[in-house]
Design a protein around this ligand. Structure first.
Ligand code: GLA
Length: 701
């Protein structure tokens, strides 16, 4: 297999020349050269042009595009074009269109209009992938395959008859007998016992809650079914072009596809991410997505396949990126392990559904802010080859698990929760404290991390419980938060007080959930959304939070201590005096349990405590970051410092800034400013030359 990366970061974007007359293409490649573009993704939405009718292929135009790019030195990530089926497919095979839970068959005229289980779609997609591999597998411009596009983005669950029979086959392979399924799904309740697999349907619209385990299995099936589409195309490409790496673009922390099961199947992890510039916390959320991408690839470099240069057009209001923000977010990706920065798309469309989505080359042309920022970034990246391949170092890990996500967001639970918000809260708190964070499904060795956070691991497997326990024993500071270890992988409650096997790790067990919202909860403390202006809260008192009380949000529960120190208690309401935060020494480490949710400041206080206990030293390379928007990440020898805040800060770190060549210490970092600081190294051969001017920066790989 050829290497995915070269000695300079990949830089470019989706190139859709089919939207333009050929006369424009020469200008495209000329401008690509000026911008430093070295990789483009071609053909993502070209199926209807590549195969205008079933079995008739027209590759002439694509030959010309690839040849032109090759002559211009631009490499190609060639798409298999199967994400947007052409009108003829659904015209000839109407059953290939997806159906919603309430039975509506979606119409063509947009994109992703296919049922992942449709044999007609699968056949046609496989045929096209084969044709493309046969024709372009040895084209010198093609360095990577881009299978489909953003699997599951618009249609991640299909409830049609073909999906129903694929679901039955998946269940039969999993459970083997209908009796085993009945036990797993708990079908004795509400008279749901099945006599055969033939009786089973997807969880379509039902009168009351559908069976929870049926729903979770359907989530798992739907993720696997999309993966099966990917694997069918991948097998064809591998057979014909074993040397060309394959990828497909993930979508950050996207809910409906379990990326832990997908990641081992791609040769390089790639990501599409569109943080909202109107959100002051955008850089916090994007930091988590990028950390997830690195973690999915087990620390290997990944590819930012798509981002916008400025505004998108998918939100009700689409605010442009601030001057410099695209650059700052690009460096965030590089800092967190990306070895390439690409965009959707090269030239802004004049027609179609995304014509108001920004691009590298805007409607107004090259005398524009966006174009200048693109050219600047391209030029800078070309000098940063020394950063590539290096590992980003994390000091903490947050467990992030799709089964728990799907299950804790079902109906019929003690309270509604957003799993992503719960996990992102802890990722952001650790990041703001200056740590870099990996993510993990939690069933692997976690013991290398000084800090391990387990937010609401609702569905907990034995392997996860064992890994969490082992981390504490081995010396990690572990924090487990409420609603962990409630059910097993079939959603059967772990009886005998909640927390399952973690009861012995934590030295506590949970008797009863007490979500806030009753009359005794203290309303009014924290505004959240315009629709719901208050969140119910309860007071929490303990030395960790100092002399003031902390505020527990939305959740409390009755915690019984067997063998742990109580570090904070609830105050006010029915649980006054009951534990809210506990700590137990466990082997060489500690195991904390938090029985509520905390706001940002209280979380920061607890995190500071955990950091101190873990013995980690956190570096603060800037002065003046009162607002806490400066991001610091160590990648290999390079320290990335990125100012996402509105005001300037000053660097207080020795070294050389790779972007300016200047001394880092004392440098001012304006809003959206970036420094990449490398240690100064004096080259021996030049020791006797003219002093400081001869210092060079070397970054060991
Ligand atoms: C996704 C898709 C692109 C484009 C962008 C717009 O990432 O892959 O085709 O639609 O969104 O933001």
């Amino acid at each position: 297999m050829r290497p995915v990366f070269i000695d300079s970061p990949w830089f470019g974007g989706d190139y859709n020349p089919e939207q333009w007359p050929e006369a424009v293409w020469d200008e495209d490649v000329d401008l690509m050269r000026r911008a430093g573009v070295n990789l483009v993704t071609v053909g993502v939405f070209a199926w209807s042009l590549l195969e205008p009718e079933e079995g008739r292929y027209e590759f002439g135009w694509l030959d010309n595009v690839l040849n032109l790019l090759h002559e211009s030195g631009v490499k190609v990530d060639l798409a298999t074009a199967t994400a947007a089926p052409p009108p003829w497919l659904s015209h000839q095979y109407p059953e290939s269109l997806p159906v919603t839970a309430d039975g509506v068959r979606l119409s063509p005229g947009s994109r992703q209009g296919y049922c992942p289980s449709s044999p007609a779609y699968r056949r046609a997609a496989g045929r096209l992938a084969r044709k493309l591999a046969e024709r372009y597998g040895s084209h010198p411009a093609v360095v990577m395959w881009h299978i489909n596009n953003e699997y599951g983005c618009h249609v991640s669950r299909c409830y049609c008859e073909e999906s129903a029979s694929a679901f039955r086959r998946w269940l039969e392979a999993k459970y083997e007998t209908i009796d085993a399924l009945n036990v797993a799904w708990g079908t004795t309740f509400w008279s749901q016992s099945y006599g055969s697999f033939e009786q089973i349907l997807p969880p379509r619209a039902t009168p009351a809650f559908p069976n929870p385990t049926q729903s979770l299995d359907f989530d798992r099936f739907s993720s696997d079914e999309l993966l099966a589409c990917f694997l069918e195309e991948k097998a064809i490409l591998r057979e014909l072009t074993p040397n060309i790496p394959v990828t497909t673009n993930f979508m950050g922390t996207f809910r409906n596809v379990d990326y832990w099961t997908w990641a081992p199947h791609v040769d390089v992890v790639s990501d599409d991410l569109y943080p909202d510039p109107a959100d002051p916390d955008a850089a916090r959320g994007s930091a988590m997505a990028r950390d997830l991408m690195r973690s999915l690839g087990r620390g290997k470099p990944w590819l930012l396949m798509e981002q916008s240069t400025s505004a998108v057009n998918m939100r009700p209001v689409n605010v442009p990126k601030a001057p410099g923000q695209m650059r700052a977010l690009s460096y965030q990706a590089l800092a967190r392990g990306a070895d390439g920065i690409l965009f959707f798309q090269w030239r802004q469309s004049a027609a179609g559904a995304e014509k108001f989505h920004s691009a590298m080359l805007p409607h107004a042309g090259t005398d524009t802010r966006i174009w200048r920022e693109v050219v600047q970034l391209g030029a800078e990246l070309a000098t940063l080859g020394s950063v590539l391949g290096a590992r980003t170092q994390a000091q903490a890990v947050v467990v992030f698990d799709w089964d728990s996500r799907w299950a804790i967001e079902q109906a019929g639970l003690p309270a509604a929760s957003s799993y992503l918000a719960l996990a992102a809260h802890w990722h952001a708190a650790l990041t703001e404290a200056g740590l870099t964070v990996d993510l993990s499904r939690g069933d692997e060795d976690l013991s290398g991390y000084p800090i391990v956070i387990v937010p609401s691991l609702f569905v907990m497997t034995d392997a996860q419980a064992a890994a969490i326990d082992a981390a504490a024993r081995a010396g990690s500071t572990v924090l487990v938060t409420s609603q962990t270890g409630i059910v097993d992988e079939n959603l059967r409650v772990r009886l005998g007080g909640y927390l399952g096997d973690l009861q012995s790790t934590l030295g506590v067990w949970i008797e009863e959930f007490w979500p806030l919202g009753g009359a005794w909860a203290r309303p009014g403390a924290i505004p959240v959304t315009p629709e719901s202006t208050v969140v119910p809260t309860v007071q929490v008192r303990g030395d960790v939070f100092g002399p003031e009380t902390a505020t527990g949000i939305e959740w409390s529960e009755t915690v019984h201590v067997r063998d742990a120190a109580v570090r904070a208690v609830f105050e006010g309401g029915h649980l006054t005096g009951w534990p809210a935060l506990t700590r137990r020494s466990h082997g060489a480490g500690t195991a904390w349990y938090l029985a509520t949710r905390l706001g940002r400041e209280d979380t920061a206080r607890l995190v500071a405590h955990l950091i101190a206990e873990s013995g980690l030293q956190v570096r603060t390379p800037v002065v003046g970051d009162e607002l806490g928007f400066v991001e610091t990440v160590q990648r290999g020898e390079a320290l990335f410092v990125i100012n996402h805040g509105p005001t300037a800060v000053m660097l207080a770190q020795d070294g050389t800034d790779l972007l300016t060549g200047g001394d880092a210490r004392g440098m001012t970092l304006e809003s959206q400013g970036v420094a990449i600081i490398a240690p100064r190294v004096t080259l021996d051969s030049e020791d006797d030359a003219v002093g400081a001017a001869d210092e060079r920066v070397r970054i060991p790989r």
